[in-house]
Design a protein around this ligand. Structure first.
Ligand SMILES: Nc1ncnc2c1ncn2[C@@H]1O[C@H](COP(=O)(O)OP(=O)(O)OP(=O)(O)O)[C@@H](O)[C@H]1O
Length: 614
């Protein structure tokens, strides 16, 4: 994927702490400016500015030329969702949010139109970022050179033990109901699941850190994934949002690293033993902090690399050596191309949000990593993939990176968390603003995460709410990284009760006390919907998702929404009935391994039985 690189090139980062007071007194006001914020993306370090890489051509197609230029979300090849191509690209923000470079309305539209064929309009350098309406199809190379350097150095991660362990969302009243969800494990000779952390044969450090995190018993994905990973197997794991997938891979990996310690190689380049990639900067940072938490007090070194921040510090940290490197793919490759990082010592590769990492947008960077000359071959490393959604076509693509893997499906692959009450209102686009204001007024003091489809709309809605004295932050791909992190901090800390976000915040983010998720605009893909509403109702807590359904815009999603609602035992409103055939095919209740193993181990009888095909 082309755009990945924009950010990547400029930074090596020192991440901010999970909790500290760094952002205290810094009120995020970007929203009130209603501006498309320029995405400044150039490093100020002394790295070579002309790193050759094999993405240049793609980037060029996407609207940007030059080694570091970025641009072209328009050039993204699209994802597997055909319906995304059909609508105007404006809605499609994933790229903006993700570490793909690009950021810009133009880029978005370009991609929307052009997915699958390269699109018309990536955008080039930073100067397009302020609106980007004009300048369609900008060539990025020259603008690139004028971009100001990225100077943002995030705060050092906290060393305070209490802060390190404070990130966990307390489990809710439905936590024990996780045990009633059907689990299917397929593949050859899966090891037995564990029943408790204590019986998992984990090392003392790891067990202590689990206890300090407040975990009392493993979730279903953890019960199955921990022994599978500890026994050396590759894994594709699917489980609902907020059900502990991060710990399901981090705990056994950390345990293996401590159990079978290998020398850390730092010369001639840093050789991490674990590479974890995820699609967004904020999620990468979150996983980094989780990895620090679970390895706390041990010899293990964890580093992070993501775009939008000044490079040098990040690079220096990595160069000092790291067992675990958590990265966005663009920035990772930047370091690899600069010969600061290589893959010779890799023992584990993890793709979090794996279906996103393997869609057409990110696939080139994943391929580049997996097929890099220094990468330890499949079979000699362990490859792990996790997501709440894992469509079958993506599973087929994933298979080539995996070796005799096991497949775990907890509940319905791609199903919504049943702890989220899903409410729909049929609206016209003119009614949305008032409806949102009323909803927020009626839920005074509650923490509300509002999803919109475009970056411009995110700024607009945030400004509108702020004018109503509703303290609001916004997060999207045109905001500078510092602003993004401040916005998230303000929301997490409760300073601002409302966060307006594009798809940048849809996946993976684990934020305490999100009471309501609002789909001000519905996404174009049902997977995206499932991830978005999964920002509430986590680890057994109840949550609520309110979606504004505008038939003019959202009709294509009707059948899929109805299916998701039925699966989660939620009422289906009349206007979502009879919407035709769901497009999300191929998943059966309890999950479906595309390899169709005969010997599937299942505890499906403990949970609900399949009702329908997906
Ligand atoms: N065994 C456990 N007991 C209690 N809390 C847990 C347990 N495992 C994980 N958690 C907490 O549950 C929350 C959600 O976990 P996590 O972010 O890993 O979910 P996820 O399955 O990756 O969700 P998503 O699909 O949205 O990325 C986190 O706050 C985590 O600390």
């Amino acid at each position: 994927m082309d755009d990945e690189w924009d950010d990547s090139s400029d930074v090596v980062v020192v991440p901010p702490p999970v909790v500290n007071n760094y952002y205290e007194d810094k009120v995020d006001e970007g929203h009130s400016l209603s501006r498309g914020r320029g995405f400044t993306s150039f490093n100020d370090d002394d790295f070579s500015k002309d790193v050759g890489n094999d993405f240049g051509e793609k980037r060029g197609r996407g609207g940007r030329g030059g080694g570091r230029g970025r641009g072209g979300r328009g050039g993204r090849g699209g994802t597997r969702e055909h319906r995304d191509f059909e609508t105007n690209g404006d809605h499609y923000n994933n790229g903006d949010s993700e570490d793909r470079g690009d950021r810009g309305d133009r880029g978005e539209r370009g991609r929307g139109r052009g997915r699958g064929r390269g699109g018309g309009g990536g955008r080039g350098g930073g100067r397009y970022n302020d609106g980007g309406e004009s300048n369609e199809g900008g060539e990025g190379g020259e603008e690139e050179a004028k971009k100001p350097p990225v100077t943002y150095v995030p705060p050092e991660p906290t060393e305070n033990e209490q802060e390190i362990f404070s990130s966990t969302i307390s489990s809710g009243i439905n936590f024990d109901k996780f045990d009633c969800i059907a689990v299917k494990v397929s593949g050859e000779n899966p090891p037995r699941p564990i029943e408790s952390f204590e019986s998992a044969n984990l090392r003392k450090y790891v067990l202590n850190n689990i206890l300090k995190s407040g975990y009392k018993k493993p979730t279903p994905i953890q019960k199955h994934a921990i022994p599978i990973i500890m026994s050396g197997r590759d894994l594709m794991g699917c489980a609902q949002t907020g059900s502990g997938k991060t710990a399901a891979f981090l705990l056994p990996i950390i345990n293996v690293l401590l159990q079978d310690e290998r020398e850390l190689v730092v010369s001639p380049n840093a050789q991490p033993q674990v590479i974890i990639v995820s699609p967004t900067r904020e999620l990468t940072l979150q996983i980094f902090n989780e990895a620090r938490k679970f390895s706390y007090g041990s010899v293990l070194k964890v580093a992070v690399a993501y775009g939008g921040t000044a490079v040098r510090h990040q690079g220096d940290n990595i160069s000092r050596g790291c067992h675990i490197l958590v990265a966005t793919p663009g920035r990772l490759h930047d370091f690899v191309d600069r010969k600061r990082v290589s893959f010779e010592s890799v023992r584990f590769v993890v793709l979090d949000e794996a279906d996103r990492m393997l869609d057409m947008g990110f696939m080139p960077t994943v391929e580049k990593m997996m097929e890099h000359p220094s990468m330890v071959p499949s079979g000699e490393r362990q490859t792990l993939m996790f997501s709440a959604t894992f469509p079958e076509d993506i599973q087929h693509l994933a298979g080539r990176f995996l070796n005799n893997y096991l497949f775990i499906a907890v509940g319905i692959v791609g199903g919504a968390s049943t702890d989220v009450e899903q409410i729909f209102h049929q609206v016209t686009k003119y009614e949305k603003q008032n409806m949102l204001k009323k909803l927020i007024e009626d839920n005074d003091g509650k923490r509300v995460l509002v999803f919109v489809e475009t970056k411009r709309n995110a700024d607009f809605i945030a400004a509108m709410l702020s004018e109503q004295q509703m303290l609001t932050s916004s997060i999207h791909g045109d905001r500078m990284q510092k602003e993004r992190e401040e916005a998230l901090y303000n929301f997490k800390s409760g300073r601002h009760c409302i966060l307006v976000a594009t798809a940048v915040a849809a996946r993976g983010l684990d934020i305490k006390n999100v009471d309501i998720v609002v789909n001000y605009d519905l996404p174009k893909s049902i997977d995206e919907y499932v991830h978005r509403i999964g920002r509430t109702g986590r680890v057994g807590n109840r949550g609520m998702a309110v979606s504004f359904f505008d038939a003019d815009q959202d009709i294509a999603l009707t059948a899929d929404l109805a299916k998701i609602l039925r699966q989660a035992d939620q009422p289906v409103p009349d206007f979502l009935q009879g919407g035709g055939t769901a497009t999300y095919k191929g998943n059966k209740y309890g999950g479906s391994d595309v390899r169709k193993f005969e010997n599937t181990n299942s505890n499906a009888n403990q949970g609900q039985e399949p009702e329908e095909e997906w």
